[in-house]
Design a protein around this ligand. Structure first.
Ligand code: PMP
Length: 436
């Protein structure tokens, strides 16, 4: 039936009665979920959808992955919560597995959400350097807890949740399609920003204050699936080294295989000082982590970070299974290869349709920017929302992001079948064609 079907409508109505008006997704995707498997979602009216959202880049190994479910089930039969720091087999096995995919000799702090991990990462940079300020970027998203929401670039999110705090200094993120400078190529755009940061840090009269670290997404997520030019992260690494500040890379959305490598920064040949990890690592169970260079652990005070629900054992069991599953099915290579294919299909569409301004991405993190026309590049959130709605009605779930909300993002589970990729691409093209 055309969504929302009768059962979905009933549940949506009940939700409206019981829950806050401020929810977003039920207004965008008007259905109620019955169950999910692999890269498909079934609604309560019996409709099936192809899922290119993956619970916002969480279900990398697919919904109801049998290997992950069996790991969660066997842990559930043992215990599912106790004091969060006491060791258990599942904890140690998970930690060994996590360490095996980290690029540096690391230590790990357990946290619960992406925002929790980012806040703890900032605290760590401050503790290590004994300085206060953090460099962040426009288009950034690091969560909405009252501290870290100040690092997130959305002003409307800060208005009522942000505590007054001025320790985040914002610079432009290199956005090749919309570089604010008149330059010939993308690297030049990145270089200007790097020079600016360098200049501000080096100038005793810049007013930038004492900077502890740089917090950056290796590929911007909520900001619009923006891939920075090759030189950018390396440049940030050099600046961090030059001024003795820490490079914190937020892998909450880009990590755990999404870009065809374990971590997004691997595409840019840099090693961070601190990594924020969440979303896909728990296979749907809320867990997150901060991984940091081992030497920062010297003298780190007890109770540096706390939280009752950290390191949920079901999440740890799931996390170990997620990493093993990605390894055993070679999903990193698959995401790279299939991601290239998906991107090439979107690029072909870009040549044909005036409203596709830009296509970019790595692995299964691909953004398609919708504009009024190629010449003006004027962002069209109206068209993007219309495409999203019509695709939804035809059975394809694809969500938006971006500075202007006009970027459609491909973030399917890495296990999605070629058939579901192709059907989705055909639906995407039919809808775009009908609107051009
Ligand atoms: N960092 C990034 C890069 C994210 O994409 C997100 C969530 N979209 C967060 C942090 C915050 O994670 P959470 O919603 O779990 O707090």
């Amino acid at each position: 039936v055309k969504p929302p079907g009768p059962k979905s409508s009933e549940l949506l109505k009940a939700q409206k009665e019981l829950e806050t008006e401020s929810v977003v997704y039920p207004k965008v995707f008007q259905f109620a979920i019955d169950s999910a498997k692999g890269a498909t979602i079934k609604d309560v009216d019996g409709n099936y959808y192809i899922d290119w959202v993956a619970g916002i880049a969480v279900m990398n190994v697919g919904h109801s992955n049998p290997y992950v479910i069996s790991a969660i089930k066997s842990q559930l039969e043992k215990y599912n919560h106790w004091m969060s720091e006491i060791p258990s087999e599942v904890r140690i096995e998970f930690l060994k597995k996590l360490h095996s995919i980290l690029p540096m000799k690391a230590k790990v702090i357990t946290t619960v959400t992406g925002a929790d991990a980012c806040e703890t990462a900032v605290a760590m940079a401050r503790w290590v350097t004994k300085r206060q300020n953090i460099i962040v970027f426009d288009g950034a998203y690091h969560g909405v807890h009252q501290g870290i929401v100040n690092a997130t670039a959305k002003r409307e999110l800060q208005l009522y949740s942000g505590m007054p705090y001025i320790g985040f200094i914002r610079f432009p993120y290199p956005y090749p399609y919309r570089c604010p400078f008149k330059v010939k190529d993308d690297e030049e755009c990145g270089q200007i920003i790097l020079d600016l940061i360098d200049r501000m840090l080096g100038d005793p009269y810049s007013g930038i204050g004492e900077v502890a670290g740089i917090l950056v997404e290796p590929i911007q997520g909520e900001g619009g699936y923006i891939v920075p030019p090759k030189n950018f992260l390396r440049g940030l690494r050099e600046i961090a080294d030059k001024y003795g500040l820490l490079l914190i890379i937020d892998e909450v959305q880009s990590g755990v295989g999404r870009t065809g490598r374990w971590w997004g920064f691997e595409h840019f040949n840099v090693i961070p000082d601190i990594i924020c990890i969440s979303k896909a690592i728990g296979g749907g169970i809320p867990i997150s982590f901060v991984a940091y260079k081992r030497e920062f652990d010297d003298g780190l005070p007890e109770m540096f970070h706390l939280g009752t629900y950290r390191a949920n054992p079901l999440g740890l069991a799931a996390g170990k299974a997620v990493i093993e599953y990605i390894e055993s099915r070679n999903l990193l290579d698959r995401a790279l290869k299939m991601g290239e294919y998906v991107k090439s299909r979107f690029e072909e569409m870009k040549e044909k349709y005036e409203i596709i301004g830009d296509v970019r991405g790595i692995g299964f993190m691909i953004g398609v920017e919708i504009v009024e026309d190629k010449r003006s590049k004027k962002p069209s959130v109206k068209l993007a929302n219309k495409i999203r709605k019509e695709m939804f009605e035809r059975g394809l779930l694809m969500h938006t992001c971006g500075h202007y909300g006009n970027v459609l993002r491909f973030m399917a589970p890495l296990v999605i079948s070629e058939r579901h990729i192709n059907i989705g691409l055909d639906i995407f093209e039919e809808v775009v064609k009908s609107l051009t």
